[in-house]
Write a protein that binds this ligand. Structure first.
Ligand code: FAD
Length: 387
């Protein structure tokens, strides 16, 4: 067993760290306050190859491994979680499905612009009445009589990057009687008629990552833009989430690290009762617990990333490792952000420091791409073999 990063992984980590600290961190508070989509820094992330980390260079990406992707996500999230949410959707949820299940023509047309950061992708699984129970979706896709296109009607909810996306990988029922096995995946072009964006949702955290509902009003999707086979959509959605959860685990590690680093510094500098607060046992306990959770979360995340990368060659799944990493790291992020506010006292509650933003941002990691309850269910089912 070797815990050392390769030279390539160290290099990408350093490039991501420099970019995140020099270009994202200075604008994070402004975008959090306004909720404005950070287009300039996202374009820059694209130029650096961070919008398609694992995508082969032939399709506009960087052609790196899943560990590199996790490292990039940690660095960006440590500067600003909202940026890392946008990066994760392009990388994990959008590109991944297309790379694994797309035709050559689909990859050329729909991956290349998104992986190179020239366009934004989004992923539509959730609907107003179905989140955790994704197979209960109601959006319908009906094949036209001449077999040339599908007519899609319905509504998706909580679509990250929905307000700005150029393309969407989405899921709709083609055969409702078959339930999950009647779901099919499609690639939609947002410029086409029938793709209607709702208002941008005001949110607790990750405020700069724009989120909205998308309604489909008789959207005509050419049959060549179906992703995979009819009825394969739910399997595609779950496979993509295996990858996505590793990205969210890495995002959680980034938030936890930012909260921990700030707390460590503050504990050394802030004085009370004539001593640095870091000399008080109760503050030391908090720091020790934060550090343990942060390190464990990072190891679980890198293990899941390693497993996912191996799985590309062995055709195995990394569902268990991804769920464990996502569950543990998201709860570690929430723990560390909560402790960081406490360690900073009144300043932890102030908008003058990013601590309260870490606290608001951390919460989403326990909710999207499968809540903590769903992760526990996945892990327990895989372990027991019972449903
Ligand atoms: C900011 C944000 C961005 C998002 N981005 C996207 C996106 O880009 N694309 C997309 O498709 N979706 C996206 N989502 C949707 C997200 O994945 C869902 O919100 C999430 O899966 C939970 O679904 P829900 O909100 O419908 O909650 P519900 O499924 O209604 O769950 C409510 C509560 O019940 C619990 N629960 C549900 N079922 C069980 C069970 N069987 N056992 C125990 N507890 C259970 C849940 O854990 C939760 O605590 C986003 C959500 C948010 C908030």
């Amino acid at each position: 067993m070797d815990f050392a990063l390769t030279e390539e992984q160290q290099l990408i980590q350093q490039v991501a760290r420099d970019f995140a600290q020099q270009e994202i961190a200075p604008v994070a508070a402004k975008h959090d306050a306004s909720g404005e989509f950070p287009r300039d820094t996202i374009v820059r992330a694209g130029e650096l190859g961070f919008m398609g980390v694992e995508v082969p260079e032939a399709y506009g990406g960087s052609g790196l491994d899943t560990i590199c992707y996790a490292l990039v996500m940690e660095e960006i999230a440590a500067a600003d979680a909202a940026h890392s949410t946008i990066v994760s959707v392009n990388n994990s949820l959008y590109n991944n499905g297309l790379l694994s299940y797309g035709t050559e023509q689909q990859k050329q047309r729909f991956v290349t612009p998104v992986a190179s950061g020239k366009a934004i992708g989004c992923y539509g699984l959730t609907e107003p009445q179905s989140g955790s129970d994704a197979a209960a979706m109601r959006t319908r896709a009906v094949l036209s009589a001449d077999g040339s296109h599908y007519v899609i009607s319905g509504k998706k909810a909580w679509i990250t990057s929905g307000p700005v996306a150029d393309y969407m990988v989405m899921f709709a029922m083609t055969d409702p009687d078959k339930k999950a096995k009647g779901i099919t995946a499609f690639i939609l072009d947002a410029k086409q008629d029938g793709f209607i964006r709702g208002k941008t949702e005001p949110k607790l955290g990750i405020r700069a990552s724009a989120t909205c509902e998308i309604e489909f009003d008789n959207y005509r999707c050419p049959v060549e833009n179906r992703l995979g086979k009819e009825g394969q959509g739910f399997a595609i959605a779950m496979d993509v989430l295996d990858a996505g959860r590793i990205g969210i685990a890495a995002q959680s590690v980034g938030i936890a690290r930012a909260a921990y680093d700030a707390s460590l510094q503050y504990a050394r500098e802030r004085k009370a009762f004539g001593a640095a607060i870091g000399s008080f046992e109760m503050i030391q306990h908090k720091l020790a617990d934060m550090k343990c959770k942060l390190e464990a979360a990072r190891l679980l995340t890198l293990q899941a990333a390693w497993k996912r990368h191996q799985a590309k060659h062995t055709q195995q799944r990394s569902t268990l490792e991804g769920s464990i990493a996502k569950l543990f790291a998201s709860e570690a992020a929430m723990f560390c952000a909560h402790a960081a506010v406490q360690i900073h006292g009144g300043m932890g509650y102030s908008k003058e420091l990013p601590i309260e933003r870490y606290f608001r941002d951390a919460k989403i990691t326990e909710i999207y791409e499968g809540t903590s309850e769903i992760q526990r269910m996945v892990i327990a089912r895989l372990e027991t073999g019972l449903r």
